[in-house]
Design a protein around this ligand. Structure first.
Ligand code: BG6
Length: 499
């Protein structure tokens, strides 16, 4: 796995971060880079140029990053390791709305190439608000920074990739004028999480799971991403996004496609991404008639979280008092292919809920009501839970004899997961993703056709919501969402599992 040790010029690079003084760089990128230094996973010839508008010295910039690192790094910050990262780090003051400045930036990077022996390779990381993506890409293009003989350039785009299918297409076309699809890395940080990568391993390395991973054995699948956190200071972004764009169109759709995909013909990135994309194509048509009974939107009112009173969404700073933005979505959908037809997928995500957790629950079908189950009112089903966070690992429930009674049956719970609070919203996923970008492996980055299919799906639901009269707020902060989200499953004789 080590990248150090002279693997050749193709691994050398300058990482150019637009938004070098921003929140993402403080909380995720710098800690991720620091931990990659510790794990010796950065190329030997590697340097980072952080671009910001602020007039600060490089020394002060580094001091700020050191403070951020101490707050956000999962590993203890040691001076020796920090010195290695600090040596690679440069601050470049530049207002990228000034297109003329790009020529100077090019010169600066070319000079740095000579000093740092980085071979002309570039990673342009756009850690800025989406309205700046096009400006920066145009500037890079106009100053001839993206195509160099015998060198590569990669573009990293943070979420959100567009606001709907139309704007996403427009943005994509703009990017494609400058970068090839294979050089565009669209970040979905959930794909960097260990357990998300483990989905394929569990499925395709265990005959016990793969042979029953279908509608003959699986009763339903639940994907639930809940957060205790509210919208905090991000209302400007969230008001235009809501849970559908913020979580469903991106993270949930990605998880869904990994749970439901067919086995790829090999582990090459495009084989995997093609199978994921086919799942999205097979999602049942989402007509308004279907949505009427199968989607629930919610918005939190005030409530209590961990014993502390918290305001409702409409009371959050800068949120309009009559906002109809959804902070919760629950949805039932079907994947109409041979593997899944008839097995519902239930998804749920929300802010300010009673728990912070991300889990995939696979509920297996019940056995006939004979033998041991003849007189039992309720049968405990076999459940396989893939715990993404804060517990990370696998939980399995199966029935055994209750040794304390004559003929009793009890569910036994096997749990390989361990508590790891750092899996939530941390740089860890970014470590893996940055490492992959530097190696040129885009497996964990959604390809354009996946993004396009995800928007086609989400757009229909968002349009439906926009035309619906909503009775918000409809769930208390600290609860598990609106009553109608429970009724959605109860109607099918099912329930959400909180194991
Ligand atoms: C982000 C969303 O993509 O994911 C946030 O914009 C959300 O609203 C976050 O809080 C959740 O990520 P994690 O890693 O904490 O589950």
């Amino acid at each position: 796995m080590e990248m150090n040790g002279g693997n050749g010029d193709h691994l050398s690079a300058i990482l150019v971060i637009f938004g070098g003084t921003g929140d993402l760089t403080h909380r995720k990128l710098i800690p991720a880079l620091y931990n990659l230094v510790i794990d010796k996973l950065l190329p030997k010839n590697f340097t980072v140029v952080s671009i910001g508008r602020r007039n600060i010295s490089e020394e002060d910039y580094k001091k700020g990053m050191y403070t951020a690192l101490r707050e956000h790094s999962r590993n203890k910050v040691e001076d020796k390791q920090w010195a290695k990262l600090a040596n690679m780090l440069h601050y470049y003051q530049f207002d990228f709305t000034n297109q003329e400045g790009f020529a100077e930036l090019k010169k600066y990077l070319d000079d740095l190439d000579q000093r740092a022996n980085t071979g002309g390779n570039r990673v342009f990381y756009l850690a800025v608000a989406p309205e700046h993506f096009e400006t920066i890409v145009s500037g890079l293009h106009a100053s001839d920074m993206t195509k160099k003989p015998n060198a590569w350039s990669r573009l990293i785009i943070e979420k959100p990739f567009g606001k709907d299918l139309k704007t996403a297409r427009k943005l994509n076309n703009k990017l494609l004028e400058v970068f090839d699809e294979s050089s565009i890395y669209r970040i979905d940080h959930y794909l960097g999480k260990e357990m998300i990568q483990n989905i394929m391993v569990l499925r395709f390395c265990n005959s016990i799971f793969e042979s029953i991973w279908n509608n003959k054995f699986i009763d339903n699948v639940q994907i639930s991403l809940t957060e205790k956190l509210g919208v905090g200071s991000r209302s400007g972004y969230y008001e235009n996004s809501g849970a559908m764009r913020d979580m469903v169109q991106s993270h949930i759709i990605q998880i869904l496609s990994m749970v439901a995909m067919e086995a790829p013909v090999n582990l090459n990135m495009d084989s995997i991404r093609t199978e994921k994309q086919k799942v999205l194509e097979a999602i049942e048509d989402i007509t308004p008639g279907f949505l009427r009974n199968n989607v629930v939107f919610g918005q939190y009112g005030k409530g209590i979280i961990d014993g502390n009173p918290v305001p409702g969404y409409r009371e959050e700073p800068n949120v309009p008092k009559d906002s109809n933005t959804e902070t919760f979505v629950a949805l039932k959908l079907h994947i109409n292919n041979f593997r899944w037809a008839g097995t519902p997928f239930y998804i749920r995500t929300g802010k300010r809920m009673g728990t912070s957790s991300a889990e995939i629950v696979i509920q297996f079908k019940n056995l006939p009501k004979i033998l041991y189950f003849k007189d039992k009112e309720v049968q405990d089903p076999n459940l396989l839970v893939l715990r993404i966070q804060p517990n990370v690992g696998v939980f399995f429930q199966f029935n055994t004899k209750d040794f304390s009674t004559h003929n009793g049956i009890i569910p036994t719970k096997m749990d390989t997961s361990h508590y790891n609070p750092t899996q939530g919203n941390t740089p860890e996923a970014y470590e893996r993703l940055i490492y992959d970008i530097l190696r040129g492996d885009a497996t964990l980055f959604p390809r354009w056709d996946e993004v396009e299919a995800a928007w086609s799906f989400a757009d229909q639901i968002i349009r439906y919501r926009e035309n619906k009269i909503l009775n918000f707020p409809n769930y208390d902060a600290g609860s598990m969402g609106p009553i109608s989200a429970f009724e959605l499953l109860a109607r099918d004789g099912r329930e959400w599992w909180n194991i």
